[in-house]
Design a protein. Sequence first.
Length: 505
Amino acid sequence: MNEAISSWFPGETTLTAADFSVLAGTLVLMFLVGWWGGRGAKNTNDFFLGGRRIPWWAAMLSFIATEISAMTIIGVPATTFRENWGYLQFFIGSAGARILIAFLFIPAFYKYNSTTIYEYLRQRFGPRSQYTATGFFFVTRLLASGVRLMAASVAVSVLLGWHIVPTILLFTIVSVAYISYGGIESVVWTNVLQALTFLGVGVLTIIFLLHRVEGGLPAALQLARDAGKLQMFNWGPNVMEPGFLVKFFSNPNIVWIAILNGFVGSTAAFGTDHEMTQKLLTVETRRESQKTILLSIAGSLLTLLIFVAVGTLLFVFYKQNPGLALPAKLDTIYPHFAATAMPRFLRGAVLTAIVMASIDSPLASLTAVFVNDLYKPLIRKEAAQKHYMKVSRVCVALFAVALAGIAYFFSFFDKMLWLAFKIGGVTYGSLLGVFLLGLLTKRKGDKAAAVAMGVMAAVNASLLLLSESGVLPLGWSWLVIIGTAGTFGLGWALAPALDGEGRTA
């Protein structure tokens, strides 16, 4: 027993009492903010939507904090360190996706007064499409969020010198403590603090790196440029080049594919994944919700630029200091740098930023979808609010345990930023396809919509396996595009046969 505990807490850390004081003070502040924000949660409307009384600016910061998470703080610098600024290509499409969601998706969700976005599918098509979409949400969100939790836990374990298991348990306990108390209101207001924390720490890291880089900013830009680290656009192979089609379809970083995938993928992630959309539904009116997502374009771009710059400056720093050891996993380059090169307080601030960006888990959205889309219609249709609140709080704990197990499983994988995207690629296309079928057409067909979603998810899972095994030269970024087009087309075509839907009225 003692040996097991010793292996979990070997005590190999460069953190000092000053670093831990920064983390402890911020966590105490976070709990106070979570308690203050969630004190009004009296019923499920409060617990899942915050009574729609959240200010738009707070919802926007919460949206950004959820979008960014530890995957950005850790994964983006690592990706930029290894590659270049190509990751920003995806944001061009992402910005367009937010505009589409603002004017196509949000009006429909407010028109039907949806608590969860999958309730819209029930009213538009029927229960089969709602339950299928709900199932896809659970699979995608649990797996993708497990990757996010794993990424944060690996980084924090590097800083603390802990084994990954107690680190995962720490995040799990903290998340359950405040989310089970105040629901989405606690989440939103702690997100505000989290967003301000990791943005501030990112700026401080850039300032510190520029101070440590010999020659300052001009030298850093020159060295990064010479190494190709500032390249943003990948124009792909020449049309006349041998093997053009294979190279075109297998490389997800070609600019046209990246922008298209950024558009389609972000539309799916922000418009059909309740983890993101839940924040957009906490404000009072449709217009405020639209303002929230449109202004998130500037906020998200600023955040990405900060952490892309961190990755580039880390490359320059280690290029100028070749004698310094790199971590075994380059995915942890940022926390490794913080642990080995940063002074106290600043090192603690980086730890705090990673912890704060990691604590925002999907527990509130998973619980909202389970209670509203499955438990109420299938298990207890009519019950008191007290009963539903009790079930909700139990669900927060159960989903937390599931996420912890998934995070530990994924701790054995590398290149975690792309892993999260690949997971979403399997089901996001099915979700986006069925929502677009409902929003862009008048076609009905509950059975057809459910079948189309299932078929295309199976197709995408097969394509991903073939691609990862090297059998099929297909980049993962095509999966969402294929799934969206296939689900939309199949749902439309199968409606007459499966639902007797032969009219578009």
